[in-house]
Design a protein around this ligand. Structure first.
Ligand SMILES: [Zn+2]
Length: 292
């Protein structure tokens, strides 16, 4: 029986029907209610499930939901998802009541790692790491063949490893987190002085040879390099996948990054660093994969 995976974001709620073979059969998306009214969020989810189930002969067995926030150890309550206005929200119980099916929750970064492991560039790995370089820095790792969920069920927050003591202010409230240096928002912050308003503009200017953009991108790569070298020294992963919008820069970013990491890593044999391939539907896939 097929499962439904939800990827709930602050802009859109995306959902897809995923077969037992792990194939995304069909998908749909609706805007996330702008007033963040919980009842409307529930109604939107119900609408998406109805649309996906329409015309299907077999009933949907269960539902997985990826949310951009922290989930409690029992995987039933969203402790905080600021973009969604969720705070101590009993999402599992609310959706189960509404949809009359078992519901499983997962953090969106974990969902992306799970999808990458099952259908993307980390397929076949037993121990691997992934970072998602978007507005923020997400990620997680595969440990002994499964997603590492933490010792107390908190999962991991690899974007908030502290890279520079007392450094740049991070969205989490701390100073010096990797996210403040290795996410797209850093490129935006540094590029603003020169009139570049998004990460792609900075990268494109660097590709065109602009010296200021080049300096910004080089510093960015140097910081991601330090971060990944530390990750390698800690985990010795078989492979590292780099996902998120910034990874679209491809080899322009990856080639100097590999050199930088290799130079700083404790180990002499290079760790494979590749661009993530699970794509935009990784959240839907990952959510469906945790649904039983
Ligand atoms: Zn932080």
């Amino acid at each position: 029986m097929a499962k439904i995976g939800f990827d709930i974001g602050g802009t859109n709620i995306a959902a897809g029907l995923v077969s037992d073979e792990g194939v995304l059969v069909k998908k749909g998306s609706l805007p996330f209610p702008q007033d963040k009214d919980f009842e409307k969020v529930m109604a939107t989810c119900e609408q998406l499930v109805a649309a996906l189930e329409e015309g299907e002969t077999e009933p949907v067995r269960s539902i997985g939901v990826a949310v951009p926030g922290s989930i409690d150890a029992t995987a039933s309550i969203v402790l905080n998802a600021f973009n969604l206005g969720f705070s101590n929200t009993p999402l599992k119980a609310a959706l189960e009541e509404r949809l009359q099916k078992p519901v499983y929750l997962i953090n969106d970064a974990d969902a992306a790692v799970l999808a990458e492991h099952r259908i993307g560039s980390l397929r076949g790995c037993t121990n691997a790491f992934m970072i998602t370089i978007g507005t923020g820095l997400g990620g997680g790792f595969i440990f002994n063949g499964s997603l590492y969920r933490g010792g107390r069920g908190n999962g991991t927050e690899p974007g908030h490893l502290i890279l520079v003591n007392g450094g740049r202010h991070c969205s989490c409230g701390n100073d010096g987190c990797a996210e403040a240096y290795c996410a797209a928002s850093r490129l935006v912050q540094d590029g603003r002085t020169y009139g570049w308003s998004n990460a792609k503009m900075v990268i494109d200017a660097a590709k065109a040879g602009d010296p200021f953009a080049t300096a910004i991108v080089n510093a960015f790569i140097d910081d991601i390099g330090s971060y990944l070298a530390s990750v390698i020294n800690l985990l010795d992963p078989e492979r590292i996948a780099v996902g998120g919008g910034v990874s679209a820069a491809g080899e322009f970013l990856m080639r100097p990054l590999r050199e930088n990491v290799q130079r700083k890593s404790f180990f002499t044999d290079p760790t494979e660093i590749v661009v993530a391939t699970a794509g935009n539907d990784a959240g839907i896939y990952g959510a469906a994969f945790i649904a039983e």
